[in-house]
Design a protein around this ligand. Sequence first.
Ligand SMILES: [Zn+2]
Ligand SMILES: [Zn+2]
Length: 377
Amino acid sequence: MEQKVLEQKLTDFFEELHSHPELSYEEYETTERIKRELHAAGIEILQTPLKTGVVAIIRGAQPGKTYGLRCDIDALPIMEETELPYKSEIPGKMHACGHDFHTAAVIGTALLLQERKEKLHGNVKILFQPAEESSHGAETVLQTGILSDVEAIFGLHTAAYLPVGTLGIRAGSVMAAVDRFELNITGTGCHGGHPDEGVDTILVAASVIQALQSIVGRNLNPFHTGVVSVTRIHGGNTWNVIPDKVELEGTVRSMDKEDRVFIEKRMRGIAENTAAAYGAKAELLWYPGPPATVNEETWSAFAEDVAKECGYEVVPQRNSTGGEDFAFYLEKIPGCFINVGTGVGYPNHHPQFYADEAALAPAAEYFARLLEEALGK
Ligand SMILES: [Zn+2]
Ligand SMILES: [Zn+2]
């Protein structure tokens, strides 16, 4: 395909996706749009029980392994504040994480690989994954078993910290494990003027919150990264009554498997024992999300080599305490999650987030080369 034709095609598709954002697990129209593009190019779509999302396959004419390329397709419940001519047509929904960019670039890769299938050694499964923003789309895909024969996997994310023409690649842990917790503190409610007659849950909550902040500062290896954030507190409903219950909620981020277990254990110990010291009770509920995103070493080095061949500047990928459900794949399949520079500007999830279309066609070509060369190794 001529470069100009590819650029135009991907730009049009990207803009179409951008103006029609759909939230996690509601990506029905997006799914239809992706299928339409794949059909038009004669690319095989695999049957899956997925309600939204698509898995396509490019079968190389030469024998070889099966590798995977994944993009995500969902948008966010954000009111778009850009002045783009193709801005969201759906109030309160926006592609503010660049998943429209991922989808368009990966469609480009699919088209290029389809053209080159005579020379391709093995197969490429191309996954358009639903519900990344819910943190659980990847698990839904893994449960289908559709990736069971995939021996290496690659993924991409827009990077608003990198200019167009730059990729961020680094081996090791690049994004955090994302866990949610709820913490319920139970005491004895009483008159606000007679705290002696009850167990003050508000005071206990204050002590627990303070003490939780000692975990990262005092217990975690100072060279490691961790975050404990209490983000919601609810207790009481009037001025002269001490409530018998306070509910807390928040999130924990960690970059390392052992730290993840350690932080949870310390939180439980601090909450239960602090509460007990006041005669109250604390119950910690833990809701695990994606693990840390860990890029495999040899594939990261390989991805960097191919990037340089393609004329990209490569910089070390930035550490992030944000999460990414691509981590679920990397837990099972070696591979690399790559940051694609889409122009320095507002960060992901910002109502003015913008991804530069100039980065689309080069990214499509890069991932086509990456998969082609990886299979030909
Ligand atoms: Zn996001
Ligand atoms: Zn994202």
